[in-house]
Design a protein around this ligand. Structure first.
Ligand code: SF4
Length: 364
């Protein structure tokens, strides 16, 4: 059988400038690639052509899927709703523990089998009853022009936008991309510059800047995920520093998800995260005063549950991506004591459930 092939799709890049020596300097992310004619950036999907920057994956996707919003993970953003998720190829970080390496490390553009315009994505989300579209799987930062155009098309139809990102982006494109997002889950991969440099090829401060900007300068709802890797970022001391920073700079209402690592990519020799490590991290966050701390990628009833910070009632009980019990009022208040739960709520209906529904947009 012949595999369908979708060629690269060149689109003018938006954030770059020409250097005096003829190279093209990318201004999208702090990798600051300076490219000779024909050369590709570290993300592989941006290329210098004719003295200008091109995005080579515009309108091309590695796949579309209807997911529960809990899978992003977002626990305080329209719980139970479905989200049309898609990504492209490549990544601007080089995490040795990448859990999506088949997509993010892909240099094989024929992985991008599904073609879809921004308008087609928005229309498909609406047709399938998705409350939002998620830019995910790899990082929307590197396909920001495509994500922005799609987000505008979604807004025109009343569809919300969700970014799942490492937040490694310069200030100007950060403003342009996240201003269009209604919610974001940002990876805070560790609380150590050494970790970011050694294991990700990036720097911590820029990610912290993104978190602060989203929390204080935008209307985008923010949740954070930290993948706990045994022996690398899971010490009590580092976790205490991380949650203290979140409390101080972002406040107690930003939900924190501690998720389980599984051996993968270049760290296949590191064991999976024990559930006890996730539970310990969650307790450290709660003890520091954070109101919403979760565990992920494991079955943990307490770590999956949203408790009222006022009266401690279990308001949203989950099992992984399934919602077992929901008793939040439409205005997001606890029905027992009236405490407002931070997030975006309203109109809870029958939950989408834990299923995952692949869609092939070209065939729709
Ligand atoms: S977006 Fe890509 S090309 Fe631009 S600086 Fe980052 S890694 Fe380099």
């Amino acid at each position: 059988m012949t595999r369908p092939f979708v060629s690269e799709s060149a689109h003018p890049g938006r954030w770059w400038h020409a250097l005096p020596d003829g190279r093209v300097q990318c201004d999208l992310c702090p990798r600051d690639c300076s490219l000779h004619e024909g050369q590709r950036g570290a993300c592989f999907v941006r290329r210098a052509v004719g003295g200008a920057m091109q995005l080579t994956t515009y309108g091309r996707s590695s796949g579309f899927c209807l997911d529960p919003i809990e899978k992003k993970p977002l626990n305080h953003f329209h719980p139970g709703s479905s989200v049309l998720s898609f990504g492209t190829a490549g990544c601007n970080l080089a995490c040795k523990f990448c859990q999506n390496w088949d997509i993010s490390k892909s240099r094989d553009m024929d992985r991008l089998l599904d073609a879809a315009s921004p308008g087609a994505i928005a229309a498909t989300a609406q047709r399938h009853g998705a409350r939002s579209v998620a830019y995910t799987y790899n990082d929307p930062v590197i396909f920001a022009e495509y994500a922005i155009d799609t987000a505008l098309a979604c807004r025109a139809r009343g569809i919300r936008n969700v970014a799942v990102s490492a937040g490694y982006i310069h200030a100007q494109p950060r403003r342009e991309l996240f201003a269009l997002m209604d919610a974001a889950n940002i990876d805070l991969k560790a609380f150590s510059e050494e970790f970011y440099v050694r294991l990700c090829g990036g720097h911590l401060q820029n990610v912290l800047d993104t978190l602060v900007w989203i929390r204080h300068e935008s209307d985008c709802w923010l949740e954070i995920t930290t993948l706990l890797i045994p022996g690398h970022n899971d010490s009590d001391a580092e976790l205490k520093q991380l949650v203290a920073w979140v409390m101080r700079e972002l406040g107690p209402d930003v939900p924190l998800h501690f998720s389980a690592f599984h051996p993968d990519w270049k760290m296949a020799d590191v064991p999976a995260t024990p559930p006890a490590t996730l539970a310990r991290a969650r307790q450290i966050a709660l003890a520091a005063g954070l109101r919403y701390a979760y565990t992920g990628n494991v079955h943990d009833r307490a770590g999956d549950t949203t408790f009222c910070p006022g009266c401690h009632a279990a308001l949203i009980v989950r099992d992984w991506y399934d919602i077992l019990h929901y008793e939040l009022a439409d205005d997001g208040r606890c029905p027992h004591c009236g405490t407002a739960i931070a997030g975006r709520f309203g109109g809870f209906a029958k939950p989408f459930g834990a299923r995952r529904m692949p869609l092939h947009l070209a065939a729709e």
